[in-house]
Design a protein around this ligand. Structure first.
Ligand code: SIN
Length: 284
């Protein structure tokens, strides 16, 4: 792909690219925004360095991609409920986003994009990893693709946010604030293989944080196939890893990725600001 207004430096042969030539503190021209979005669709996760992004600017930029969401369980900031302040003070273990997942697949219309801004970054540790679910799908055998196409997976927030098993979240033992919502009890169904609405690529669409089982199978029957897909799709060949700096931005496409926030910096503070952008259609 060639670009006129931005520079795009891929991180791996399938996922992740650093973007230069963009100042997110200002409004992007339509041409520049179009190229940024193309780079996101093509690389699945894009990164910007040294950006001055106020909460208001973050929301304004996010709104060019769609509608910022208010998370039903994790509390947003007082001033801007759509912005979640992902704070991990020194001494606390990281919990938010630790474990492979795709954001909010327990919504009927799951989150499309997520934008994360780094404010306080540990001197070492606290990286984030992303895995390319389209490249992983492409690498499956034809027979496995045949087996998976047409299957439906059941998703829910009940593993990550069930108050019976994650009580400490609701008891204020984390710096992030959680509130109970009936959403925790709800199950939604999505195709196990989805087609990306812009690129048209097929993507594996299950994740160990929110997928419960395959529709029509018991949990036990689903488990071996899901385990294979979780392990296969996060092989190093399909993964990029980002080393944060203060003022770095990551923006990712949840239709075709999973991500994993490392929990390896207990002695350090890490503070990020996050917004998710809602999907207006169900995955197909
Ligand atoms: C997330 O899962 O959205 C958080 C990722 C991170 O903090 O690196």
């Amino acid at each position: 792909m060639s670009y006129n207004t931005i520079e795009v430096q891929p991180l791996t042969s399938c996922i992740g690219a650093e973007i230069a030539g963009v100042d997110l503190s200002r409004e992007l021209t339509d041409e520049q925004f179009g190229e940024v979005k193309d780079a996101l669709v093509h690389n699945h996760v894009i990164f910007f360095r040294d950006q001055e992004v106020t909460p208001e600017r973050q929301l304004t930029f996010a709104k060019r991609f769609g509608t910022p969401e208010v998370h039903p369980i994790v509390e947003g900031s007082n001033a801007h409920p759509e912005l979640i302040e992902v704070l991990k003070p020194a001494g606390e273990g990281a919990s938010f986003g630790t474990g492979w997942h795709t954001d909010n697949t327990f919504f009927e219309k799951p989150t499309l994009y997520t934008m994360l801004y780094g404010i306080d970054i540990p001197p070492v540790g606290g990286d984030t990893l992303w895995a390319d679910m389209a490249a992983a799908y492409d690498a499956l055998s034809d027979k496995m693709k045949e087996l998976l196409d047409g299957l439906v997976a059941v998703h829910s927030a009940s593993i990550a946010y069930d108050p019976r098993t994650t009580r400490e979240k609701y008891e204020g033992k984390h710096s992030l604030k959680y509130k109970y919502s009936d959403v925790v009890e709800t199950e939604v169904e999505h195709p196990l293989i989805r087609t990306h609405d812009i690129s048209g690529r097929k993507c594996i669409y299950v994740n160990p944080m929110f997928t419960l089982r395959i529709k029509g199978m018991t949990k036990e029957e689903s488990a071996p196939l899901l385990k294979f897909l979780y392990e296969f799709s996060t092989k190093p060949e399909f993964v990029c890893r980002f080393r944060w700096q203060p003022k770095s931005v990551a923006m990712w496409d949840n239709s075709c990725t999973q991500h994993y926030a490392m929990n390896d910096y207990v002695q350090y503070r890490r503070f990020m600001r996050r917004v998710t952008i809602g999907g207006d259609t169900r995955p197909v």
